[in-house]
Design a protein around this ligand. Sequence first.
Ligand code: TRP
Length: 453
Amino acid sequence: MKSDKSPQVRDVFSSKMGVIAAAAGSAVGLGNIWKFPYITGVYGGAAFLFVYLGFIALIGLPIMLSEFMIGRKSRSNVFGAFKNLAPNSPWRLVGILGVAAAIMIFSFYGVVAGWSIDYIVKSVTDSFATKSPDELGSMFTHFIENPWLPIFYQLLFMVMTMAIVIIGVKDGIEKYAKILMPILVLIIIVLDIRSVTLEGASEGLNFLFRPDFSKLTADGVLSALGHAFFSLSLGMGTLITYGSYIGNNNNLAKTALQVTIADTLIAILAGIAIFPAVFAFGIEPSSGPGLVFITLPNVFQQMPGGFFFSILFFILLTVAALTSSISILEVVVAYFGEELKIKRKPATILATVMIAIVGVFCSLSMGLLKEYTLFGLNLFDLLDWISANMLLPLGGLFISLFIGWFWGRKKVEEELAKGAKLTHALISTLIFVLKFIAPAAIAIVFLNGLGFF
Ligand code: TRP
């Protein structure tokens, strides 16, 4: 097996910090700050959060480690990875699933990132000032229903993503992620402080942290699972692709743990910024995809320096979205490049144009085309639901089966021993989880969520 195939032609991350910054940059994005609060609101708060945390620890972390191992061992894109490690077998179909998921996710991700760019402009022009919570709500709705402006910003975002991906892994990804993400975290902490000191904040904290498990639905549990995958960038080969750029001296287990903890903490911090304010301003926690965009402008209004904080916040949110979107696009580009032998630049442009076409319809499905639905979902929600709740968990299921059953203990031990010393107990637990627990849990939650039981 060509395990270390041409390391001199493939990019390798230059440092451990680079690996963490890039993987965390991929994981931390709109999923943490936009999607996590919005679906936690829809599915009733704390109970959803706890189930989500359970899935992160039990399923997310082991699968992240699996993706890193598959990527580093194969030094290949997601399709090629399975082709290299399991020649002449149907495992490579997992790669196809991943490329399909990447196309779907970027289609709606770009829409939301475009909203974030518009909110930079709204911040700079001081558009939130003196508006009531209701007015801020209808400002958001009017904006996303407008056919032109959201598409303009969405395409702008996609072009920025494309430009960074064309420049390449090292120069493009590492540099941006390292400096800017810590600043975003600081701003969120400032927002947390303002939010929890608002009058009526405690109701929001109760909503977020005091679980009422009777509120939990099968759909909610499936969404918690889907979001664990989405938020950690798992299930479609993003971290296989990034793993393929990780050097053999990196302690993969430690990296996976650090990235998982950082991603989860940031989601919780975002929740603490949002929910107290949601209750303090009388916003509906289940208001859907607009939750963050409606709630935070209210908070900015109520804090000293809010004008500057809001500009900075939406700029950094856009950057966080960029470091994630490059990792989504990279999956498609690496596949086009290495399997279809298209050069990097045309491959990136081709992928971006394809996704932009679907993406424009996603954006329009918020307004002009909102009557066109399937299972009661518009195109935006449909692509989100299918990718996060179906394709990613399915991808995760196959990845855990691949490592647990096809690879087996010996190869896992070998791969993890590079750059690290792990105890036998730890490896046994990992194998047990990947062999039995993760696949069973995913299968049960999946079938239950689809209404099979
Ligand atoms: N995890 C990112 C976020 O939370 C989005 C993302 C990047 C992603 N790469 C992915 C989601 C791969 C699923 C799979 O915003």
